[in-house]
Design a protein around this ligand. Structure first.
Ligand SMILES: [Zn+2]
Length: 159
């Protein structure tokens, strides 16, 4: 997916997440959209920095990088939601394009993807991005509104 696709995916995801986390459509909804908007876009742009530094689809397209970004809110109290932008970048590349990503780099060079993607320059890239964004929002809504009822007592989600 190109930069445009990743940014649009992050923008739609931010708006959708606002309504998933604060469904009333009031000030709290728009505050939530604002809170996640810039971090999601920044996170979604970050992995493709490896087109210039390192090996593309490897250096910044792997689970160790996601773990490091996800550790920032826990250890440093900053970069909240940037991990989700990085994660959605991975999902969009893996599901939306024909080339996979080296999820276990630098330990293993193998690139993993799904056999459903379209070429990055395809006319269907935007449609693919919208389908994957919708899929991600369904998963997010399930995690936020359905899953908690099935968790063991005392276990809560971190969002
Ligand atoms: Zn990428």
């Amino acid at each position: 997916m190109d930069k445009r696709g990743h940014v649009l995916n992050a923008v739609f995801l931010a708006v959708g997440l606002g309504f998933i986390l604060e469904p009333a459509g009031d000030a709290a909804t728009f505050r939530t959209i604002a809170a996640v908007f810039v971090p999601l876009v920044l996170g979604a742009l970050f992995p493709d920095v490896d087109t210039h530094f390192g090996k593309h689809r490897k250096t910044l397209h792997n689970l160790p990088v996601l773990a490091i970004v996800a550790a920032y809110p826990i250890y440093f109290g900053n970069l909240h939601w940037v991990w989700l932008g990085v994660l959605t970048h991975y999902v969009l590349d893996a599901l939306g394009t024909t080339r996979g990503l080296a999820l276990f780099y630098p330990f293993w060079d193998e690139e993993f993807g799904a056999p459903v993607g379209v070429p990055v320059s395809s006319d269907y890239s935007d449609a693919m991005m919208l389908v994957i964004t919708a899929f991600e929002l369904v998963v997010a809504a399930g995690l936020v509104h359905v899953l908690p009822a099935y968790l063991p007592e005392g276990v809560t989600l971190p969002f």
